[in-house]
Each structure stands twice: as structure tokens, then as C-alpha cells.
Ligand binder design. Structure first.
Ligand code: GLU
Length: 309
């Protein structure tokens, strides 16, 4: 099976340092394995999608030389595939309609109890997954072994919201399988979504890809970068942005490559890519104009565990 990676931004604004870290990390992982790299616009939450953002993100990626192997996959056009998956789950007794509100669940710590608090009347209701008891475990290629008792941690989670919007968890599982994704590289903020996705893959009899969750970017004080403070805005200079991000990914040798344009830098970076140098912490010092020295990473290195490929 061809190794296939993907980058799946939500079109809520321009790409920033955190998203470039994931885009380049997933691109390098796929390309270093001789694999394909796809782009998916995750616009299932149409209320959060910003008009024009998807096109701007694609233009930013193109300027950086990060081109996908197929036209972008767009989630808002995939409703029928998600509906089919939900039907399969419901027919097998794994999904059920639910009219409980957030307020109803507040007394349960936000975790849906085994039985609904509010009866379903009419058509305005969500669909939830009936989460089986047990521990879901996976071996993340960077973070190591991760396990979660999904029923206790999140309870029966939403697959389709009462307002008709598809939940991220269902959409991502259906699309990763439909695109033949073998390698998911994304931010560690999604680490605890992964057990829910693995559960869905099992119930839908879909393959589980290999997962690698990159660290979240933090500032010099170890705090999450604040978008409002403008700390996350990408450099306008694609070569500078790529070099800084290569360093953040621990690929210092690649960052120093002398190249005339992004495609040349990337082609050589992929040859030097060393996943054992991926950092556990990515610390970004806001870049000042004119050089790469303003940025550094502090990292403990981590070897890939076993041969997960
Ligand atoms: N759309 C998600 C984000 O922008 C990424 C989802 C994923 O990679 O699974 O954070």
C-alpha cells in the first residue's frame, strides 16, 4: 500500500507557525517514505469556516512549495459519505439519537451517561456513538504509548449535531479511510481525539493509520502561543518560514541547506530528513526580520519506537 499522508487544516484563518509545523512535518514524513501527500479542507463546521480562508491557505502552501498530489478534498461536499457511515453505525446498534443538551450533561461532568437525560421528540436531535467499555490504546510514533478509557473520559460522543453539522470525529475517520491515509501527522492537541477515532475505525471496519502527534508550539516561557498576541503569524518570506520550521522539527542540518527556492530546499530537506530528531517540545521565539537566528528549539530527542511502518 502506498504510504499516504495528509494535512487537514480547518479554514478558520491563515496558516500560522503551528499549522506550518504540521504541514511540513506531514509532508516530510510522507515524502521521505516515497509516499503521497494530500490536502483536506476540514470545513464541516460551516459556522467557523472563514470565507476565502481555504484559498488563502492553499496559496500559502503553494508559495512554500508544499503541493499536494491531488486536488484538495473538501469535507463540506462529503455529507453523503458521513450519512452512510452513520447509517451503518445506527443499523448495527452503535449509534443512537439523543436530545440531551449541554445543560443536561453539566451535572454529569459533561460526559454523556449511559442513558439519555432527555427523551427524543421529533427530528431535532443529535446522534451519538454508544461507546463500548474498555481501554483504547495506540502507539504514537513520537509520543509513545497512549491509552484512554473513552467511555469514562468522554462518554458517548456526538457524531452528528442537533443542528445537522457533522462532528469532526466521524468526518475525519471516514475521510482518512476514503483517501487511503496510512500516516496521520498532526498536532498533539488531537492526541486525545485519537482513541475516539480508533474506536470508530473498529466499529466501521476501517483500517487504523499510523499516528504521529507533533508537539504544540510554545513561547520562551513554555506557554501556548497566543494568536491574539500575533505571535503565530507566519513570516512572509517562504524560505525563512521553511528554515525556521525545519529547525522547529529538529532538522537543523536541513534548515542550513543553501538553496535558491522553496522546492530546492524541500527536495534536499527530504533527503536529509531524520525522524529520530523530531522534538518533544517546540519553542518558538517570534522571528525578527532578517535572519533565522532569532529562532531556536529546545528539545529532547526521541527515537521512533519499533518499526511501525
Ligand atoms: N482540522 C484539524 C485542525 O485544523 C486537524 C484535524 C486532523 O489533522 O485530524 O486542527
Amino acid at each position: 500500500m502506498t504510504r499516504t499522508g495528509r494535512f487537514a487544516p480547518s479554514p478558520t484563518g491563515d496558516l500560522h507557525w503551528g499549522s506550518l509545523l504540521v504541514a511540513l512535518g506531514s509532508w516530510l514524513e510522507a515524502r521521505a517514505a516515497g509516499g503521497r501527500w494530500l490536502l483536506r479542507i476540514e470545513d464541516v463546521d460551516t459556522r467557523r469556516a472563514v470565507p476565502g480562508a481555504a484559498a488563502r491557505q492553499q496559496a500559502q502552501l503553494a508559495a512554500l512549495g508544499l503541493t499536494a498530489d491531488a486536488p484538495a478534498w473538501v469535507q463540506s461536499a462529503r455529507g453523503e459519505a458521513y450519512a452512510q457511515a452513520l447509517r451503518r453505525l445506527a443499523q448495527a446498534g452503535h449509534a443512537y439519537p439523543c436530545a440531551c443538551t449541554r445543560g443536561d450533561l453539566a451535572g454529569h461532568g459533561g460526559v454523556h451517561p449511559p442513558r439519555c437525560v432527555r427523551p427524543v421528540r421529533g427530528d431535532t436531535h443529535a446522534w451519538r456513538l454508544r461507546v463500548p467499555a474498555g481501554i483504547t490504546t495506540f502507539d504514537d510514533a513520537l509520543q509513545g504509548c497512549f491509552e484512554q478509557d473513552v467511555r469514562r473520559a468522554v462518554g458517548d460522543f456526538v457524531l452528528r449535531r442537533a443542528d445537522g453539522l457533522w462532528a469532526y470525529q466521524l468526518a475525519v475517520v471516514v475521510d482518512d479511510a476514503a483517501c487511503g491515509i496510512t500516516d496521520v501527522v498532526r498536532g498533539a492537541d488531537l492526541l486525545d481525539s485519537t482513541p475516539r477515532q480508533i474506536l470508530l475505525q473498529h466499529l466501521l471496519r476501517l483500517p487504523t493509520p499510523r499516528y504521529l502527534h507533533l508537539p504544540m508550539l510554545v513561547d520562551t516561557h513554555g506557554r501556548k502561543l497566543s494568536k491574539s498576541a500575533g505571535a503565530t503569524a507566519l513570516s512572509d518570506d517562504p524560505m525563512l518560514a521553511l528554515r525556521i520550521t525545519l529547525r522547529l522539527l529538529g532538522q537543523h542540518a536541513a534548515a542550513g541547506i543553501d538553496a535558491a527556492h522553496p522546492a530546492a530546499l524541500l527536495a534536499r530537506a527530504v533527503r536529509r530528513y531524520d525522524p529520530s530528531l523530531l522534538p518533544r517540545v517546540c519553542r518558538l521565539v517570534a522571528p525578527q526580520s532578517g535572519g533565522t537566528n532569532a529562532t531556536r528549539t529546545l528539545h529532547g530527542t526521541h527515537r521512533m519506537r519499533g518499526d511501525a511502518r
